[in-house]
Write a protein that binds this ligand. Structure first.
Ligand code: 2M8
Length: 426
């Protein structure tokens, strides 16, 4: 299959999942608009039709809360074939009446994607006009985290739900799952009627997810009101890295449209120092999460520990050591397995417990390239494109065999493949 044929296939996936102003992550498994999916999909669209890319972003911003938070799901009221639905997320303080949303967020890649999509617009007036129009919403979304999701004196952001990490059933959350929390009400699952249960989270995972939904919603989403009661409060290495990168990119947009910086340089420095001091693990040569309920690092080695490379939170020398060490521990894997195979809890074909994900590879390849590690970046980008060429536009890929798993015709796999092919790493 030529690159041209690959691009035609990728475009067909986005068009098939297009609902007009948003793109379903997958036609049958994920019918609503998801936060970080939408950002990645906007980038794919921008290569095909810049206006459609910007519309994706604007549609998602309609879900914003009065406190600035961008929820992890913006529900389409016409769709009922997904669980849990909006009825679980009561009293959501949406800005725009009638919007139905979840009550947690997701890795804030959006400002960084908006930066890239903006730069793809050659007409400077149009670019600046777009950035100007959405700047306040993005700035509120970014600042929601330091304002509402920090604790004590640390600038690091507290994650409150595994869904919020985007890597739902990562083995990093196994200790919390093993504590056996269950919601008070019965719940239904639709996901396992659509893809093999063996490739999805377990019912124990879902028990914790739904327990946390009840806990968070019953405290009206105010972390300070439930932090003492929750079994899940984490400094997630990936989420915090994505926030840092988003702040940096939004500051770049601010310069371009003559606005003051969203996060000052001293605050960026303080964040960077806190990230290194709290999360670095010398033995694994990566960053680890911190479980705030035990104040201990979570000793599980996954790609989340490399996300600082995407963020520019490490310099090239440190990034190279981290990346090479990770790759050396999975020589017989497709690059990059989401979890290292020597970790307990690794499963090569189950969701966020080992498979290769195109969004993770995209973030890593772009981060490596920005740090000047071009041959590493090119190698990963080419391996990713090859995987999709051979196995199709799946949600994820078996870490050993490369077999496509989860949903097929998955939007961000298509969108980011388009970007990797169309903006090759020099
Ligand atoms: C997955 O998460 C949702 C819940 O949010 C699910 O399993 O139903 C994750 O892979 C998440 O990162 C992704 O955004 C979402 C939609 O693709 O699916």
């Amino acid at each position: 299959m030529t690159d041209q044929q690959l691009l035609v296939g990728a475009e067909a996936v986005l068009r098939a999942n297009d609902v007009g102003d948003y793109t379903k992550p997958s036609g049958h498994l994920y019918p609503h608009q998801w936060n970080w999916d939408s950002a990645f999909n906007a980038l794919g669209w921008a290569h095909l039709d810049w206006g459609r890319g910007t519309r994706e972003v604007e549609a998602f911003l309609a879900a914003q809360w009065t406190n600035g938070m961008l929820p992890h799901i913006r529900y389409n009221p016409a769709v009922t074939d997904y669980a849990p639905g909006p009825e679980w997320w009561t009293h959501t303080p949406v800005k725009r009446a009638g919007e139905l949303t979840s009550g947690i967020s997701q890795p804030p890649v959006l400002p960084s994607i908006v930066h890239i999509v903006g730069l793809m617009q050659p007409d400077e007036q149009r670019r600046r006009g777009w950035w100007n129009g959405i700047y306040d919403a993005l700035s509120d979304a970014l600042l929601y985290f330091p304002r509402h999701r920090t604790t004590g004196n640390s600038p690091l952001i507290v994650l409150v739900h595994p869904w919020e990490s985007g890597l739902d059933n990562s083995p990093r959350w196994d200790t919390a799952v093993a504590r056996g929390f269950r919601p008070s009400r019965p719940y239904r699952r639709v996901d396992t009627t659509k893809v093999a249960a063996a490739e999805r989270p377990t019912s124990r995972d879902y028990d914790l997810y739904m327990f946390l939904v009840e806990l968070i919603a019953s405290h009206r989403y105010e972390l300070r009101d439930y932090i003492a009661k929750t079994p899940f409060a984490v400094y997630d290495a990936m989420f915090n890295a994505v926030w840092y990168r988003a702040a940096r990119d939004l500051n770049r947009i601010a310069v371009a449209i003559d606005r003051p910086a969203v996060v000052s340089e001293p605050s960026m420095d303080a964040f960077r120092r806190a990230y290194h001091a709290a999360l670095w693990d010398d033995e694994g040569a990566m960053f680890l999460d911190v479980d705030l309920t035990s104040r201990a690092k979570i000793p599980v080695h996954t790609w989340a520990g490399l996300a600082a490379i995407y963020a520019g939170l490490v310099d090239a020398a440190q990034a190279e050591v981290m990346y090479d060490r990770y790759a050396s521990r999975c020589r017989n894997c497709r690059q990059l397995p989401s979890v290292l195979p020597d970790q307990s809890g690794f499963e090569s074909d189950r969701y966020h417990r080992g498979p290769v994900w195109v969004n993770a590879n995209w973030m890593m390849a772009r981060g490596l390239a920005e740090l000047g590690l071009r041959s590493h970046a090119r190698g990963l980008s080419e391996a990713t494109i090859e995987l999709v060429r051979r196995s199709g536009f799946h949600e994820y890929f078996d870490a050993y065999t490369g077999r496509g798993a989860g949903a097929d015709q998955f939007s961000w796999t298509a969108a980011l493949t388009i970007d990797l092919v169309q903006r090759p790493i020099a």
